[in-house]
Write a protein that binds this ligand. Structure first.
Ligand code: TA6
Length: 312
């Protein structure tokens, strides 16, 4: 089974502003609706669209749970979250305007989670795991959870023998790396913060990776937005160049990319096939107005337009 773990899920209010978003002006909304928020949930949406069995878990506030569960079920995602009594699912905001120059994302911190609740979730979740499982931690926990507590959850998952995939940032990414996951997927800003290097080019990224002393991680994939991504696997380096498309909503593209990677690992694709497929899913997501989801038939066509270069 594939499990996605979203420790701090959200309900995203997607807001389309009629004109260019301007300070000091009454920015009129042309359309707004709720979508799924929180990165692991987006990975589950990709897997469900690909008719791949998966369970979305993590923590969820009691208030707002039914709304988020309804959104997840609409996308054929099976939720089994640990409910936090008397706390709320956070509301995030994704704002786009007529310039279509990219979204503005405004996110809440999320609920407090007690040490006892972390232990109870960890015990309950890890008791289900077997070595054949894949567990995807995507998105940071609420900033109110310490990197130590976050790492302890990952370590307990790792000892079950399940494959660990992590998409996190800052101190949580640092903590996750100490558990030597199978795959990490920082973006270039997260990787620059991790390696304390200035990264503005492919060469910078390669130098930063080669000078870093990251522990043995099977796949380190650094997403570079519209510039594609770089995969470091054992002694090889692959560069992925995506096709150019009209971006409607850039939110959730990284999560869709992770969803494609997880699917490809599950299906035991070759490295080139994994990169091309995951990139096509991410590009298809960019072409949608929502923050989650993609069009599988569109992704199949886009896959043929992805360029994979083996640099080393
Ligand atoms: O990656 C997209 C997204 O999950 C949005 O849905 C929005 O909820 C935001 O990122 C949440 O990010 P965070 O790192 O706060 O979990």
């Amino acid at each position: 089974m594939i499990y996605t773990v979203t420790l701090n899920p959200a309900i995203d209010q997607i807001i389309h502003v009629r004109d260019e978003l301007t300070r000091g002006k009454n920015n009129r909304i042309s359309e707004s609706y709720n979508d799924i928020g929180g990165k692991g949930t987006h990975v589950s949406v990709v897997l469900s669209y690909l008719e791949t069995p998966n369970i979305a878990t993590g923590f969820i506030g009691e208030t707002g749970k039914d709304t988020l569960y309804a959104l997840l079920r609409e996308r054929k995602v099976h939720p089994e979250f640990y409910v936090l009594p008397k706390r709320s699912v956070r509301q995030n905001y994704v704002i786009m305007d007529k310039t279509q120059a990219g979204s503005f994302m405004i996110t809440h911190v999320g609920p407090t989670i007690t040490t006892e609740e972390i232990k109870a979730f960890t015990t309950d979740f890890t008791s289900k795991l077997v070595p054949e499982d894949i567990v995807v931690f995507a998105g940071n926990p609420s900033q109110l959870m310490s990197p130590f507590d976050y790492r302890s959850i990952l370590e307990n998952v790792k000892v079950t023998g399940a494959q660990l995939i992590v998409d996190a940032s800052g101190n949580y990414l640092k903590a996750a790396i100490e558990t030597a996951p199978t795959l990490i997927k920082p973006n270039q800003y997260e990787f620059a913060e991790l390696t304390k290097k200035t990264i503005t080019s492919i060469t910078d990224t390669i130098e930063a990776m080669e000078n870093s002393n990251l522990p043995n991680i099977k796949y380190t994939i650094i997403s570079l937005g519209k510039k594609g991504s770089l995969l470091f696997h054992e002694d090889s380096i692959y560069r992925v160049i995506p096709p150019k498309v009209k971006t409607v909503n850039d939110t959730g593209c990284g999560d869709a990319f992770v969803g494609g990677l997880v699917y490809a690992l599950y299906k035991r694709y070759s490295i080139e096939e994994m990169l091309a497929f995951a990139t096509s899913v991410s590009v298809s997501k960019a072409m949608q107005p929502t923050s989650s989801g993609f069009v599988p038939s569109e992704a199949q066509l886009l896959k043929e337009q992805v360029t994979i270069e083996r640099i080393k």
